[in-house]
Design a protein around this ligand. Structure first.
Ligand code: NAP
Length: 253
């Protein structure tokens, strides 16, 4: 590809939250962005934000855990924007419960969206990266990968994504493709608001309480994560691969 050609980025779960902030940020970096979410109409705000700022984006409705929908979505992106060489696997859901109350269906839903979804999307996009001799994959892990009460399904999926990331880095490195994971701590989005609702707390009080446990004394914003993803997807990050970056306002281990 010539240096004047625009790289095509795909961000899943980008109708809102971290995905939306990432799509906007990557567009500001000059990428053409495919904004994927379950409901194509829900992607409108993100696409409009990008185009209003002079960027290029399309909305694509797809369930990342469905192989046929993933194949069709990637084919459409190739047709309408060009071959994608940047992929951010961000789509996610929660089905929190203590282990003894967790249904097998809630286990499957979480594992399917996060792990199977990231696998299917990466498999569909990597061939375009291999052809281009360039690729950047970023998977959204979480501080919950280290274990979190009520999240046996989610923490297993997020820890699984770290192993997936390292294996991608090993297998795809020789094609100019890097793979890294960003593991957010508490970020203010609909996802954390839903957790506040579930435990019966107002979101502002929930955020205030969380902030007291975070060294920088505030919760994260979606842009904090978009900034880290922008680094990993950048042209200059070609020697950084297989890493997990905790973006949590303090150290985690
Ligand atoms: P969010 O606000 O809930 O946004 C997630 C988006 O993903 C939603 O638009 C959702 O669509 C979409 N989605 C869900 N299932 C999908 C599927 N099968 N196919 C396509 N899209 C799907 O979440 P967020 O807080 O921005 O989180 C983004 C990512 O960061 C997730 O992977 C999450 O696990 C991770 N993360 C978040 C935090 C945090 O504190 N917020 C911390 C650590 C990690 P619907 O609305 O239609 O369901």
């Amino acid at each position: 590809m010539s240096t004047t050609e625009q790289r095509v980025a795909v961000v899943t779960g980008a109708a809102r939250g971290i995905g939306a902030a990432t799509a906007v940020r990557l567009a500001a970096e000059g990428r053409a962005v495919a904004v994927i979410d379950l409901d194509e109409a829900a992607c409108k705000d993100t696409v409009e934000k990008i185009t209003a700022a002079g960027g290029k984006a399309i909305a694509v409705g797809a369930d990342v855990s469905d192989e046929a929908q993933v194949e069709a979505a990637v084919a459409r992106i190739v047709e309408e924007l060009g071959a994608p060489t940047i992929l951010v696997n961000n789509a996610g859901v929660l089905r929190d419960n203590l282990l003894f109350k967790m249904s097998a269906a809630d286990w499957d839903t979480v594992l399917n969206v996060h792990l199977r979804g990231s696998f299917l999307m990466t498999k569909a996009v990597q061939k375009h990266m291999v052809d281009a001799g360039f690729g950047r994959v970023v998977n959204l892990s979480s501080s919950s990968a280290l274990g979190n009460r009520g999240q046996a399904n989610y923490s297993a999926a997020k820890a699984g994504l770290q192993g997936f990331t390292k294996t991608l880095a090993i297998e795809l490195g020789k094609f100019g493709i890097t793979a890294n994971a960003v593991a957010p701590g508490f970020i203010a989005t609909e996802m954390t608001k839903a957790t506040a609702d579930r435990v019966g707390m107002g979101f502002e009080d929930f955020k205030k309480a969380a902030a007291t446990q975070i060294p920088v004394q505030r919760v994260g914003e979606p842009e904090d994560i978009a900034n880290a993803i922008a680094f990993f997807t950048g042209e200059a990050a070609g020697f950084v691969s297989g890493q997990v970056l905790y973006v949590a306002g303090g150290p985690l281990n």
